[in-house]
Write a protein that binds this ligand. Structure first.
Ligand SMILES: Nc1ncnc2c1ncn2[C@@H]1O[C@H](COP(=O)(O)OP(=O)(O)OP(=O)(O)O)[C@@H](O)[C@H]1O
Length: 257
């Protein structure tokens, strides 16, 4: 198997600024963002539409450049996309001309991993996402939830130090979404990669995370953060836990204002 990453996945964001400028306009999307996401931590960002969540994630992914401040993974400045950071976004970004297995193995093939090794890794992840019998299927033959499971497996197969997820379950129906959340927690507990997750869904944020950061708009900034003290190995019943409900109320109030 491809070894687990040797370095931890610590993300350090310091004094981050983002200004979108054109000849006619100037828009300050993010101001003074300071945030450290620890090794193996599951951190979720919530906040109103337009507060800069995706902008922040895109910069960590190396898809967009900051206007100021610094962004590092394990002490190395982010200067572009890299195999150390896996990404799963809302739109299904699978390659339609590749089978499920080929999608999962795509990054490994690029890295020159042998076919034998690739098979071992894709077998493992097909099992993790419970799609063993769909290995030869094409994306168009899969449901939305199945596609997102493949996208997660494809990102994890490269053994990234960090997994970046921007509303990965936003387009799914309520039941599938719950199943996906449980699967993601299971995978995260097994793989122990650092996860930076974005959602609009407060329930989802509390169920999944160890820490939740609330952002506000105008300009995008961090308002408050919460540690989620619920035990690990969470099951759906945790949603009835008094601490879950109390945090849900508090976050709901904060986001309303
Ligand atoms: N390329 C761009 N040029 C100019 N403005 C942009 C650009 N990309 C984003 N913005 C603006 O920056 C702000 C933050 O956008 P962003 O997509 O990061 O917000 P968000 O919090 O992820 O929103 P949502 O929850 O709706 O996805 C928005 O006001 C948006 O209009």
């Amino acid at each position: 198997m491809l070894a687990a990453p040797s370095k931890s996945g610590t993300i350090e964001i310091k004094g981050l600024q983002k200004v979108y400028e054109s000849k006619k306009s100037r828009f300050e999307a993010l101001r003074d963002i300071d945030l450290t996401i620890g090794e193996n931590e599951f951190l979720t960002i919530v906040g109103p539409s337009g507060c800069g969540k995706s902008t922040l994630l895109r910069m960590v992914a190396g898809l967009d450049e900051p206007s100021g401040g610094s962004l590092q993974v394990d002490g190395e400045e982010i200067i572009g996309p890299g195999a150390d950071r896996g990404m799963v976004f809302q739109g299904y970004t699978l390659f339609p001309w590749l089978t499920v297995r080929e999608n999962i193995e795509y990054g490994l093939k690029l890295k020159g991993v042998s076919i034998l090794e690739r098979r071992k890794i894709s077998n493992y992840f097909l099992k993790v996402i419970r799609l063993e019998s769909f290995d030869k299927s094409y994306p168009k033959q899969l449901s939305g939830g199945m596609k997102q499971r493949v996208a997660i497996a494809r990102a994890l197969a490269n053994r990234p130090r960090v997994l970046l997820m921007d509303e990965p379950f936003g387009a799914l129906d309520a039941q599938t979404k719950l199943e996906m959340q449980e699967m993601l927690l299971e995978v995260w507990e097994k793989e122990k990669t650092t996860v930076l997750f974005i959602t609009h869904d407060i329930d989802e944020a509390i169920f999944l995370s160890q820490r939740i950061v609330v952002m506000g708009a105008g300009p995008g900034r961090i308002l408050k953060e919460f540690r989620v003290e619920l035990p690990e190995g969470r099951t759906p019943e945790v949603r009835e836990h008094p601490d879950f409900l109390a945090l849900k109320r508090e976050l709901g109030q904060l986001l309303k204002h």
